[in-house]
Design a protein around this ligand. Sequence first.
Ligand SMILES: [Zn+2]
Length: 388
Amino acid sequence: MGTVLIENIGTVASGDLAEPILNADSLFLAEGVIQEMNTHSHADLKIDACGSAVMPGLIDAHHHPYFGDFHPVVNAVGYTDRYMESGVTGLVSCGPYALPGHPLGPQAGVALGILSAQSFAKVRPSGIKVYGECMIVEPGMNEADFSRAAAGGVKRIKFLLPVPTAEMARNCVGWAHNHGMKVLTHCGGRKLVGEAKSIGEALQIIRPDVAAHLNGGPTPPYWEDAAWLLDETPCAADIVFGGNLGIAVKIVEKLMGQGRLDRLMLGTDSPTPGGMMAGGVAKFMAFLASTSDLGPEQAVCLATGVTARTHGLNTGVVKVGMPADLLIVSAKEGTPARDALEEIKDGNPPAVGAVIVDGELLHPPAHYPSGRYVGRSNPKQRPVIQRR
Ligand SMILES: [Zn+2]
């Protein structure tokens, strides 16, 4: 693995809410890791950022992956290339439900959870890190099922299908925690506990660690149910571009009021009836920053570092010692913005000039068809890449 020097950086958006902007004009990468800042060491690959910003690769906090880079729900082939080119370097699975024929029942649920965890531990479609370790709770599961899942690599469970009783829901939560797994719930549109009187009562029974697509996917929960989770429990939440965008803004404003943006992650809920939203996380950052008081550097954190910390992923921040999962981003040609952060605040996703995962330049590739991006995403400052 070669070394990389990125120099002439305009701004570093760190992905860390505690210090979202770093004072660094260069980064040195080796062994796939950020080794030094503000250095000019010799490297195998030199990238002149020409004043562009550097930020962590985006993480889609709410995704439903299939295997490899095919998705049968929307018959999408090769969609992960579009994700990667849009700056997404991580996809968090919120449940593998898309197997054709949708096998149901405890055994199938455990098998699919383990399959997803172990497949994506070895395969990176288009170079993207897919965190596939999620299992959907099936009615009738017992603690032995949870134990087998955890031993097979499952780290999250998701309530998506209704379970019949409050007792079973509470048991599943307890078993998950006993085996070190986080509890996610689908929010909105569906009562997840059969004997609960309402969708909201079911959420109160489960009390998830992560309220998944709290702005709906696609149907939003009642606002009082979403507010209850944020006011009365310590849960983290993800909000998705495929959900209700008005409620997403209310959730951002509520958590800003609490001073607790560290509870909020951005995702897409792909695939949705709208398809695979390859650029959805970047669009969502820009939408939220342009329609609320959210700072663009904070929006970056919700799409990177907060998600990594919440789900225990070793990525998501620009910091010495961390894996070099990075983007070089700028304003787009033809807009008034001067840099990537201004572009986000203006409501536009930044132009992605380069994508780096584990210190390797994935995009642009060495032989890139010229003009490919014309009219779509031309960076105002295009990085100059020198391979030795
Ligand atoms: Zn979902």
